[in-house]
Design a protein around this ligand. Structure first.
Ligand code: ZN
Length: 334
């Protein structure tokens, strides 16, 4: 995880001084926590980019030719003064800003890679960077996949949510290499999320984990917050504590001011970890919030050749909504 001291230095020590529409998720957090500080500035930056698209064709062109716009905390080469922007310094190889993720064949002049986004009527400037990004799903031929949560569906069947890429070569109703954590029985594929959402529903013929009691039910499900500390319960690698660095929006989501549906963390798992749960930290008050499903890693290479790898997860609420899954229980893989 990234130290809270570094995170707090990356953005101004206050909320943005311009009115913009807030999503409630960032405002519920303690005012001086890194999650609150980074999240409100990330939300404000997305709002400013959304506004600039209508005024500046070159930004719209950049956005339209990229796969994702990432906002939050970026890994940057250390000691690169050219990247310091008013209000957003580089500290220990981290900087707050936005990055356009491009396909591997993209090449551009160095000057195209860095520009500023004007904030607070020109008082501050946040960097808009570009990087070549490759997403690597972490399913494995040699080990089983995992679920991040289980639930009872409307037919009374005990089901789980996993990553669609783990079960892509299976037909509906077939046994899949995802085992019940209570008894080891294999689950069956029940449904795939439509479109590009990497989620699938499986059923447990054995009754599934939690069937015999002892598991928490009806946990809070919420989106990830840039700058917050989370726990990844990786099925093969084990539990790791990490920081949510960036949220990812498609060009359409930026234009419609939709809440981001994917996020990146400073730590990643390994092939075999796909489908695992990402949760909030348990501060000793009730159950941890359920936040995401681990999908793989993202390799990013910037124009200097610097190479960084992030963990890549799907917002669990998105997966649950699209699969029609109510009242989730977390699968903590313990
Ligand atoms: Zn079982």
């Amino acid at each position: 995880m990234i130290s809270p001291e570094i995170l707090l230095e990356l953005v101004p020590n206050r909320d943005p001084e311009e009115d913009y529409p807030h999503a409630s998720r960032s405002l519920d957090i303690a005012r001086d926590s890194p999650g609150r500080r980074i999240a409100v500035w990330a939300e404000y930056l997305r709002y400013r980019i959304n506004r600039e698209i209508s005024e500046d064709q070159s930004i719209e062109n950049l956005l339209e030719t990229s796969g994702f716009l990432a906002t939050g905390v970026i890994r940057v080469p250390q000691m690169d003064d050219a990247r310091s922007f008013e209000g957003f310094p580089t500290i220990d190889g981290y900087q707050f800003g936005a990055v356009l993720f491009r396909g591997s064949r993209y090449r551009a002049a160095k000057s195209d890679f860095v520009r500023g986004i004007s904030l607070e009527h020109g008082r501050l400037q946040a960097p808009l960077l570009q990087t070549v990004a490759t997403f690597n799903p972490h399913a494995s031929y040699t080990s089983d996949g995992y679920i991040c949560a289980f639930y009872e569906d409307e037919d009374g069947e005990n089901c789980g949510i996993t990553a669609a890429h783990i079960v892509e070569s299976y037909r509906l109703g077939q046994r899949v290499p995802i085992l019940c954590s209570d008894c080891g029985d294999a689950a069956k594929l029940a449904a795939r999320a439509p479109g590009l959402i990497d989620a699938a529903k499986i059923v447990f013929p054995c009754g599934g984990p939690g069937f015999f009691g002892g598991h928490n039910i009806n946990s809070t499900v919420r989106g990830a917050i840039e700058g917050e500390t989370v726990e990844m319960h990786l099925g093969d690698t084990g539990k790791v504590i990490c920081t949510v660095m960036l949220s990812l929006s498609t060009p359409a989501q930026i234009k419609s001011a939709a809440v981001p549906k994917h996020f990146l963390t400073d730590i990643h798992g390994h092939p075999g970890d796909s489908g695992s749960l990402v949760s909030g930290t348990n501060k000793g008050q009730g159950d941890p919030d359920l936040i995401g499903m681990y999908l793989g890693d993202t390799n990013c290479q910037d124009e200097t050749g610097a190479f960084f790898t992030y963990g890549y997860s799907l917002d669990l609420q998105q997966a649950a909504d699209i699969l029609g899954a109510p009242n989730l229980s977390g699968e903590f893989n313990v």
